[in-house]
Design a protein around this ligand. Structure first.
Ligand SMILES: Nc1nc2c(ncn2[C@@H]2O[C@H](COP(=O)(O)OP(=O)(O)OP(=O)(O)O)[C@@H](O)[C@H]2O)c(=O)[nH]1
Ligand SMILES: [Mg+2]
Length: 403
């Protein structure tokens, strides 16, 4: 019996929704009338992606049903078509984890991958005689962690000076000293907030760029979740038009949190998709528009020029608030070369360092900030949907040297 009632109610919901009868604010944003630039909105849902864990609670539909206003006369017809239930698109919207204290939760993951660096340094510094060989080992440890030559030199010089002044060293003193020097290197003065504040007539506009496979789409999806968790409405722009699967991947992320995705035809002009996404965002009164772009090798001039064009076209609406460069922390020094080239084509305003959970080379944080003079704003610490954290220098250094 229950099943029949359930089927009836759900069918009613479908009919009601079709007639525009039941549209909450959230749903309205999720399913606006498809704009001309988004012909694929009816495409079947994308293949689940690695980061997509099955998190939808099984007993949620009940709640949805109770909240629904029953429309007047549609019910009897609906009874005839219970199979419709099977074809319903996923309407359950996840409530992402709050962002406050996220780095604390993820700190264990950071410690696990980065601890070797801090522990190694502490062990070396604790040696009774800090001779030249030991200092060289300290240098090597830092270089191996991708801190970069100049910053390594600075750190070693700083440590040598302070250890000399200190004379005898307790482990606590050494830890404190190393913490201070590392913090100096990572920098505590940068403004690391991701600028997404909407203004009077325009949403915050963020574009995500980088080479292939660094984690751009995943980061865009995770960032959408962060923003939604903080109460913002988000529109996604799938300006990766090389593969339809890329737009599907982004749309899947969006659907999970009720963010609408603007997409274009496969092989279409990415600049026009980006333009349309901002236009939609404006018209829908959204708070933020996040634009995912195709992975491109920094060595391919044509593709880099195209990226410059995407940016210029979006700027016909308004200046971008953020251009985030996504770098894969495991690629080491090559990341610096990428950073330099991307910065020449589009002004990078922030760096996202992904896959820090899978490498001990956390020193790249220091190196890349030096290279661009732009702060690391976010770090990726896993494939899970909520494994993106704001970068906090203190928490990062503490994870390096352990508690
Ligand atoms: N371990 C780990 N994996 C990550 C992280 N961020 C992204 N990934 C994985 O990296 C892979 C590539 O991610 P995508 O987001 O598709 O990368 P992309 O830059 O959009 O790739 P293209 O669009 O092909 O250039 C996926 O398997 C992600 O799950 C992270 O912080 N940690
Ligand atoms: Mg992508």
């Amino acid at each position: 019996m229950d099943i029949v009632i359930l089927a009836v109610v759900i069918a009613v919901v479908v009919l009601g929704a079709l007639g525009g009868l039941i549209v909450g604010t959230r749903r309205k944003k999720q399913l606006p009338p498809p704009p001309p630039a988004a012909p694929d909105i009816t495409a079947p849902p994308a293949e689940p992606h690695v980061g997509d864990e099955a998190e939808t609670p099984r007993d949620e539909p009940r709640r949805t049903i109770e909240e629904v206003d029953l429309p007047g006369g549609g019910a009897p017809t609906a009874v005839e078509e219970p199979p419709v239930v099977e074809e319903l698109p996923p309407t359950e919207i996840e409530i992402p984890e709050p962002t406050a204290g996220r780095l604390i939760r993820l700190r264990a993951r950071l410690s696990r991958s980065q601890n070797a660096l801090g522990k190694g340094l502490l062990t070396l510094l604790s040696r009774e005689h800090l001779d030249e060989d030991t200092w060289e080992e300290i240098e090597d440890t830092l270089l191996t962690a991708d801190v970069g030559v100049l910053p390594t030199q600075e750190l070693v010089d700083g440590l040598r000076e302070r250890v000399k002044v200190l004379g005898t060293r307790t482990p606590e003193e050494l830890r404190g000293l190393l913490r201070e020097e590392l913090l100096k290197l990572v920098g505590t003065d940068f403004d690391r907030t991701v600028k997404t504040e909407p203004e009077a007539s325009k949403p915050g506009i963020v574009m995500v760029v980088g080479v292939n496979g660094t984690g751009k789409t995943t980061t865009t999806g995770k960032l959408a979740r962060v923003l939604v968790a903080d109460g913002r409405s988000v529109v996604l722009g799938a300006a990766d038009t090389f593969r339809a699967a890329a737009a599907d991947q982004l749309q899947t992320w969006g659907e999970r949190v009720g963010a609408y995705t603007v997409r274009g035809p496969e092989g279409g002009d990415p600049a026009s998709v980006a333009f349309d996404a901002v236009k939609e965002g404006k018209e829908m009164g959204s708070d933020v528009v996040l634009i995912d772009t195709a992975g491109r090798l920094h060595t391919k001039t044509g593709l880099m020029d195209e990226l410059g064009k995407v940016k210029r076209v979006v700027e016909k609406h308004a200046p971008l608030d953020e251009v985030l460069l996504v770098l894969d922390a495991t690629t080491g020094q090559n990341g610096l070369v990428q950073a330099r080239v991307f910065a020449e084509v589009v002004d990078i305003t922030g760096i996202v360092l992904t896959k820090l959970d899978g490498t001990a080379k956390g020193g790249i944080v220091v190196a890349v900030q030096r290279e661009l003079g732009v702060p690391v704003k976010l770090i990726g610490l896993g494939e899970g949907a909520d494994d993106l954290a704001p970068f906090e220098p203190e928490a990062f250094v503490d994870a390096l040297i352990g508690e």
